[in-house]
Design a protein around this ligand. Structure first.
Ligand code: ADE
Ligand code: ZN
Length: 336
């Protein structure tokens, strides 16, 4: 199964570009930009990456992002991720970025978006990997700040397909961002949002209703509400689930207890993603392998995760058909 999973065509829909900052690049950028970081060695970093919940991770994660200063830094970060995509047979990726993490420390919005976008264009040209960009508002900040960020995003409408919502879910429900999401929809952006990661199932229902999102990021807490589960099945609402993240942040005690296979078999449009791979110990293939290790999943079911991700993606019907055909051909021809 390992070589099958490695070779399986994949589509990633839940990936924070700041969460792909590997310790080696963090050290290099710290040196290049003369920014001090609280680690001397790679071992120090690994020791610090022991999290007990979402907030304990976010504190470390925002600190890591301080080394990102120039457009070239954002390019290098994104290019390194795309090279990992190539290794994992990721054909298409929809990538989150958190502009407020950078603009709040004096980095221009344009610096961030232009560096990332230049790497994505090169990824399409040189690696054949397609991508989309999704701007996430930080939910621990106020809506006013999100609105200012949206206005900057509107100037880069051609580079950004959707807006999302991430950071601390507890105490920052979807209601807080209803106005800015409506404005984003009016500008013509699609919407997604993290919900039901640590927060209750009601955050998922409220997100769908109030923020009119096309997908739910994480959403694993839907299991607490049978009516919600029935609605997700009926509407084919995609969940972008991140197995290794959920274990690292103690959303589930262990991978055996993770509910994503059960949700898939109930008929929910479940997808597998890596979230913040540099912090959680693995990219796409590692997440698939972790599920394979803990659950009895068939090849066809692994294929279903890719079909679901294609269905849930923000690409054209024509492009979806191309990816469906590649995946179907792979499943039909991969040796037993
Ligand atoms: N930002 C980066 N990763 C996140 C996660 N898993 N949940 C919320 N915000 C995040
Ligand atoms: Zn996330």
């Amino acid at each position: 199964m390992k070589s099958f999973i490695q070779a399986l065509p994949k589509v990633e829909l839940h990936l924070h570009i700041e969460g792909t900052l590997e310790p080696e690049l963090m050290f290099e950028l710290a040196r290049r930009n003369k920014v001090s970081i609280p680690y001397q060695t790679i071992e120090d970093v690994h020791e610090a990456y022991q999290f007990h919940n979402l907030q304990s991770f976010l504190d470390i994660y925002y600190q890591g992002a301080n080394v990102l200063i120039t457009e070239q830094d954002f390019f290098d970060l994104t290019w390194a991720y795309l090279l990992r995509c190539q290794k994992d047979n990721v054909l298409h990726s929809e990538i989150f970025f958190d502009p407020q993490t950078h603009t709040d420390r004096g980095i221009e919005f344009d610096t961030v978006v232009n560096g990332i976008h230049r790497a994505l264009t090169q990824g399409q040209d040189q690696l054949g990997i397609s991508s989309q960009l999704i701007l996430c508002f930080l939910r621990h900040l106020d809506e006013e700040s999100a609105i200012k960020t949206l206005q900057q995003a509107a100037l880069h409408k051609n580079k950004i397909v959707a807006v999302g919502l991430d950071s601390s879910e507890a105490g920052n429900p979807p209601q807080k961002f209803q106005k800015v999401f409506q404005q984003a929809l009016d500008y013509g952006f699609l919407t997604v949002a993290h919900a039901g990661e640590e927060g209750p199932a009601s955050n998922i229902s409220d997100t769908l209703e109030l923020l009119k999102t096309s997908r739910i990021d994480h959403g694993v807490r839907c299991s607490d509400d049978e009516i919600l589960v029935a609605k997700l099945i009926k509407d084919r609402t995609p969940l972008t689930i991140c197995p290794l993240s959920n274990i690292k942040l103690k959303v589930f005690e262990n991978m055996e207890q993770h509910n994503l296979v059960e949700l898939l078999r109930k008929g929910i449009c479940v997808t597998i993603n890596s979230d913040d791979p540099a912090y959680f110990g693995g990219y796409m293939t590692d997440n698939f392998l972790a599920i394979d290790h803990a659950h009895d999943v068939t090849r066809d079911e692994f294929g279903e995760f890719t079909f679901n991700a294609i269905e849930a993606s923000f690409i054209s019907t024509q492009e979806k058909d191309r990816l469906y055909a590649i995946t179907r051909d792979f499943l039909d021809t991969y040796p037993n």
